[in-house]
Structure formats: structure tokens, C-alpha cells
Design a protein around this ligand. Structure first.
Ligand SMILES: Nc1ncnc2c1ncn2[C@@H]1O[C@H](COP(=O)(O)OP(=O)(O)OP(=O)(O)O)[C@@H](O)[C@H]1O
Length: 265
């Protein structure tokens, strides 16, 4: 029937022919080589690849932390290459969430003040209901007044996740968000990431060396030498490990050893 079809979903992250070169003519490194990819809203994507394959560069270019040498990046429909530095900073603060391996919390601030910092930096007044809801979502309602030093690593990463969620961002980018956590705590944080995708339709892009972590994603994208060389949809840990072994040298030799775990979605 004509006219009754839904319009095609607009990708929330779109890279078109993105390359990122470092160095000069004598020591040129092509960290990203003509990468094009579209990520739909409400999806969880893991990015994997050997050490030096361009994962961090991909994440930094996709999130507007770095500018490609050529090509374009659209985030939430905005061509971020067209934004000047100040506008890009504002856009990142309002529309993008970040979760890093080092939790990057401010030690002098309590949980609520850490979580609401991005809102306050943007000049917005945090709404109590929204803060309560994200703290509930990450299971920290009882820790509102604790300082980071009084929390476990997993709890600190949940504060960082709440801080990323509180602005209702178009995308959350994670750089090894569970890299500093033990297996059980990592599983709890990954389950929360998964839940935010399934329950509130969050979009997540996460770089990881760990096949167990990657298996929480809807899609795993593999990079090698700055290029996307394959992807797996809803893969198992074993499928990811097999793909990694085919790709050869990996930065973290322990990653392959961690694959005996079953992933619970
Ligand atoms: N600022 C920089 N100056 C020069 N070369 C760089 C710079 N940043 C990255 N590179 C190079 O670009 C390539 C890709 O680096 P990138 O950090 O994106 O890889 P990665 O896959 O994240 O690696 P790892 O898993 O070891 O963190 C590497 O060869 C790296 O040495």
C-alpha cells in the first residue's frame, strides 16, 4: 500500500568515508581509513580490534572528541564537522554521554552532585524526579550522599553511568567501561547498559577488548588497520572469540582467556 510505510529510521550515528591521519609526510599513520557506518537509535554496538587498529580514534571521531582528516560525522542528525569548537562542546555536553574505564568522578562531590554535574555545567537545573529515576535505574538510590571514595569500583562506574544517562543523551560512548572491574562487577554494569538499551531505547557504542562484554551488544564491529573488516549480529562469546582469533594479534592476551563465561541478557 502506498503511503502507509514508516519512514526509514534515521541513524543516530553516521560516519561517511571518515579517515584520520596522524603525523607528517615522513611519519604518517592512517589511524582510520575511509570508515563508513550507520548506527540505529536504540542499538548497542561493540567495537573490537587488535591493539592499534583504530578503536579509540573511531570512538573519538564518532563522539566529536576529535575531528576527522576527511569525511563527515553526523550525530543525532547534526553534521558535527560544521560546528565550531564552542558549539561542539555544548552539543557534546547536551547530547552525548561518556563512560570511561577510569570513572572520572570528582572525589569531593557526592553521588547526586557528580550525577547532576553535566546538567549544572549546561546551566540547567537538575529535576529531582529525573535524578531519582536515573539513580534508581542504576541501583544507587541508597547512596545519594556518598562520595566516590566510599564506593566500590562497580558502584563508581554506576555513578558514571547515571551521570551519562541524566541528560537523556542521543548516544552513550563507552571506552572500555568495564576494563577496571572484576568479572562479576563488570557483568552488573554491562547488564545495566543492556537494560538502558532495552528499556529506555538508549543508543550505546562501546570499545572493548573483552569478548564477554562485546556479547552484550546487538552488533560487534571489527576494525583492523583502521578499516571495518567485518561485523557480527547478536553474536555469542564463542563467535566473537573465533573472529578475534582469525584476526590475529590482540592487544590484551587475557581477553581471549575470559571467554568461558555465559552472557545473560
Ligand atoms: N595522537 C596520535 N599521534 C600519532 N599517532 C597516533 C595518535 N593516536 C593514535 N595514533 C596511532 O593511530 C593508530 C590507531 O590508534 P588507536 O589508539 O585508535 O588504536 P586502538 O585500536 O584504540 O589501540 P589500543 O587497543 O591499543 O588502545 C595507532 O597506530 C596509533 O599509534
Amino acid at each position: 500500500m502506498i503511503g502507509t510505510q514508516d519512514p526509514p529510521a534515521q541513524p543516530v550515528v553516521r560516519l561517511d568515508s571518515v579517515s584520520r591521519l596522524y603525523g607528517g609526510s615522513k611519519n604518517r599513520v592512517t589511524a582510520l581509513d575511509n570508515v563508513s557506518i550507520s548506527l540505529e537509535r536504540g542499538t548497542f554496538t561493540a567495537v573490537m580490534g587488535p591493539s592499534g587498529s583504530g578503536k579509540s580514534t573511531f570512538l573519538h571521531c564518532a563522539a566529536g572528541l576529535d575531528r576527522p582528516t576527511s569525511g563527515s560525522v553526523h550525530l543525532d542528525g547534526v553534521d558535527i564537522g560544521s560546528l565550531r569548537e564552542k558549539a561542539l562542546t555544548k552539543f557534546r555536553r547536551e547530547r552525548i554521554g561518556f563512560v570511561f574505564q577510569a570513572f572520572n568522578l570528582l572525589p569531593a562531590l557526592n553521588v547526586v552532585d557528580n550525577v547532576t554535574l553535566p546538567l549544572r555545567l549546561a546551566g540547567a537545573r537538575p529535576k529531582k524526579a529525573v535524578v531519582d529515576q536515573v539513580l534508581e535505574q542504576v541501583g544507587l538510590s541508597g547512596k545519594r550522599r556518598s562520595r566516590p571514595g566510599e564506593l566500590s569500583g562497580g558502584q563508581q562506574q554506576r555513578v558514571a553511568l547515571a551521570r551519562a544517562l541524566v541528560t537523556n543523551p542521543a548516544v552513550i560512548f563507552g571506552d572500555e567501561p568495564t576494563g577496571a572491574l572484576d568479572t562479576r562487577t563488570a557483568a552488573e554494569v554491562l547488564a545495566l547498559l543492556r537494560q538502558s538499551v532495552d528499556v529506555v531505547g538508549q543508543t550505546i557504542v562501546m570499545v572493548t577488548h573483552d569478548p564477554v562484554a562485546a556479547a552484550y551488544a546487538d552488533r560487534v564491529v571489527f576494525l583492523a588497520d583502521g578499516r571495518i573488516i567485518g561485523a557480527l549480529e547478536r553474536p555469542t562469546v564463542d563467535q566473537i572469540t573465533e573472529q578475534m582469533q582469525k584476526l590475529g594479534t590482540w592487544g590484551d592476551p587475557f581477553a581471549i582467556q575470559q571467554t568461558g563465561h555465559e552472557v545473560r541478557r
